[in-house]
Design a protein around this ligand. Structure first.
Ligand code: TRP
Length: 345
């Protein structure tokens, strides 16, 4: 990379909650794309453990998942020498800036967040249902994640758009009070080839790593046989012809989307290759294609997880780089809101 490239690269940032295993939806819809873009942007990717405790977690499980998320990123092809990989709680500025942002975000705004409404409704909603204040202010912590690094672009799925919109609103609000250069106002990054992978059991819904039905998602930890079985059990549609029609044939279209995202083949090429064939062929062949794509990532992840020394060195390095960047923004914000800087005394 030339020095010029380093200086002009825009900042791209994304994060994942270390709860549950990642799915092929996360891989094909996000990580695979980041791998392609990692040298075009200044990238920061991290595991958001502070966000994850907004709902109760098993501590050991969460620690394991945090390592696993980072190992999976590397196994999938992210280069830790260029990309900053880290754990959110290793950079205290995330929590510190979040407090300040909390004081510039309105209860009304947070009450309108559909993810909060859905998650609290899922818990029964209303008072006395043990919905944590953290779940309510979750989007503020996410805004902190983004604004700390003067981020240009955030690749977001549909479900996180509203949170990014809130991040922009709060950034603009504070910029109007404290100066336009307080925060870079981030833009959503819409990938040209974003694959939206649906649930295998309910193809009208997005594949989710927290889906209670294990057959609905293919996890990056699934063995070859489990992958094949899950695809054989995938819900397909009425009729028998293999065509791409997301409305009328969501199940079949989802399998075609998975294939296309992995192989890079166009939809029409794929559909032509299935002329006269049956749903069963499509399921079996999709299974093989997924196995071929996922097995090397799974195996590499397991190898990396056995080498904690290496992973720790990546995390230490990432935390150090992230801390240095985050500090600049936090210091500026603290000064502008009127805190006495300890280093000024
Ligand atoms: N809320 C995001 C999710 O659940 C995770 C997240 C936390 C995030 N902080 C972020 C995503 C900053 C992008 C940027 O998917």
């Amino acid at each position: 990379m030339t020095p010029a490239q380093t200086q002009t690269r825009k900042v791209m940032l994304s994060a994942v909650q270390p709860s549950n295993h990642l799915t092929i939806g996360n891989y094909l819809g996000a990580i695979k794309n980041w791998v392609k873009l990692q040298h075009d942007y200044e990238c920061l990717f991290f595991a958001v453990d502070l966000h994850t405790i907004t709902v109760r977690q098993d501590p050991k499980e969460m620690r394991d998942q945090t390592y696993r998320a980072i190992a999976t990123y590397i196994a999938a092809g992210l280069d830790p020498k260029d990309v900053t990989l880290f754990v959110q709680s290793h950079v205290p500025a995330h929590a510190e800036l979040a407090w300040v942002l909390n004081c510039f975000t309105y209860i009304g705004e947070l009450s309108r967040m559909t993810q909060f409404k859905d998650k609290s409704a899922a818990k029964g909603g209303g008072e006395g249902q043990n919905i944590s204040a953290g779940l309510f202010t979750y989007p503020v912590l996410m805004a902190s994640d983004i604004l700390l690094y003067q981020t240009d672009l955030v690749p977001v799925g549909e479900d996180q758009k509203q949170h990014l919109e809130l991040t922009r609103d709060v950034a603009i609000r504070m910029n109007n009070i404290y100066g336009k250069d307080t925060f870079k106002v981030p833009e959503p990054y819409i990938a040209q080839v974003a694959a939206r992978i649906a649930s295998l059991q309910n193809p009208d819904q997005k594949m989710s790593k927290s889906d209670p039905d294990p057959n609905a998602s293919i996890f990056l930890t699934d063995s070859d046989d489990v992958i094949r079985k899950k695809l054989k059990r995938a819900i397909t549609d009425s009729g028998s012809e293999i065509t791409y029609d997301a409305e009328a044939k969501p199940g079949v279209s989802n399998l075609l989307t998975i294939q296309s995202a992995i192989t890079g083949k166009s939809m029409s090429e794929l559909v032509n290759s299935y002329a006269g064939k049956q749903y069963g062929h499509l399921k079996v062949e999709t299974g093989e294609i997924v196995v071929e794509a996922i097995a090397p990532i799974r195996n590499k992840t397991e190898l990396l997880l056995k080498d904690l020394g290496y992973l720790n060195s990546i995390l230490k390095d990432g935390a150090e780089k992230a801390r240095a960047r985050a500090h600049t923004t936090l210091k500026r914000v603290y000064e502008r809101v009127g805190f006495i800087g300890l280093d000024q005394l």
